[in-house]
Design a protein around this ligand. Structure first.
Ligand code: PMV
Length: 318
């Protein structure tokens, strides 16, 4: 019996959250330690069986509606391959990426399923990053309506992505990794609604456009400088830019006492820099650390209240 397995990582925003909504560039990066895994087995049971044990789900592909993202991932791949009558298969997924926490769990699950299927069915023309990313984007549409395209790109290429929201098409650029970089991601344990925080930033912007446009411009300059720092492998500069970006997020009032405490703890333990990440007022912080300081920064994040600490190790990639 043939078994095929593929995985995809989570994603996190490294620079430019909120400002990106106003046309400024942002950078997202993979979270290598948190992964979604898809396993495909040939079977003889009369159809395509989908199983997601983490979600206690087990069902037939033909049973579910169009809005089911797991079935959606299988369907977009079969459609792209013009496979009207697929062979009998058992497809299972599991994931260690927390759901609904801005870590790209939906995109990672879809990407893992699509990659595993393209491999299992020997679809050489679809088994490449460009096709897998495009198909993952289609699945993201089922979940999010008009996704930005950033999540699918990060989780498929496993590289940082520089992104600008613009018409007629968003600008998306993968960034080479010149030198290994180690990030720790700490969850403050408080859930928050990105949608509500985005709406609140809009209210503040409407009340004082001049001030907020200045903050957004500064975030944009930081993201541009960060792109160059990543390309140059300049960790010191990157860490400083993270600290600068965090200060601007504090000015937007999207940070919180808990997030600020984690950022401070990371820096006091000798991190190269730290900032909150994503929507804010809860969720995660991200910090860049030298390998020799990993354990001390991790301990200090835990002491400062982190509920969990994840690792992302980005290795050299052209
Ligand atoms: O927490 P996430 O990964 O969903 O990031 C939200 C990023 C924002 O800029 C705050 C919102 C957005 O849609 O870009």
């Amino acid at each position: 019996m043939k078994v095929t397995q593929a995985t995809a990582p989570g994603k996190i925003i490294l620079f430019g959250e909120h400002a990106v909504v106003y046309g400024q560039p942002a950078i997202a990066a993979p979270v290598t330690q948190l992964r979604a895994t898809a396993v495909i087995r040939d079977s003889s049971s009369g159809g395509v069986r989908l199983s997601a044990p983490d979600l206690s789900r087990d069902y037939w592909l033909q049973e579910v509606d169009d809005d089911d993202p797991f079935a959606g991932a299988v369907r977009v791949l079969l459609e792209a391959a013009n496979l009207v009558n697929p062979p009998d298969l058992k497809i299972s997924v599991r994931s260690d990426i927390p759901i609904a926490s801005g870590l790209g769990s939906g995109a990672a699950m879809a990407a893992a399923v699509i990659r595993a299927l393209a491999q299992h069915l020997h679809l050489a023309n679809l088994n490449n990053n460009e096709s897998i990313s495009k198909l993952t984007y289609k699945v993201e549409k089922i979940l999010h309506g008009t996704p930005s395209g950033i999540d699918n790109t990060v989780v498929v290429y496993e590289q940082p992505v520089y992104f600008v929201r613009q018409q007629p098409e968003n600008h998306i650029e993968t960034l080479a990794i010149k030198r290994e970089m180690l990030f720790l991601i700490a969850d403050c344990g408080i859930a928050s609604s990105t949608k509500e925080v985005v709406a609140d930033v809009r209210r503040q912007w409407l009340a004082d456009k001049e001030h907020f446009d200045q903050i957004f411009d500064s975030c944009g300059r930081i993201a541009k400088a960060a792109k160059e720092a990543i390309r140059a492998g300049d960790e010191k500069q990157l860490g400083q830019l993270m600290n600068d970006n965090h200060k601007l997020l504090v000015q937007m009032s999207v940070s919180s006492e808990e997030l600020d405490r984690l950022v401070l703890a990371a820096n006091e333990a000798g991190a190269l820099g730290a900032k909150m990440s994503g929507g804010g007022r809860g969720g995660n912080i991200i910090t860049l650390v030298e390998k020799s300081r990993e354990d001390i920064v991790r301990d200090s994040l835990r002491l400062a209240g982190a509920e969990s600490v994840f690792t992302s190790l980005l290795t050299e990639k052209a």
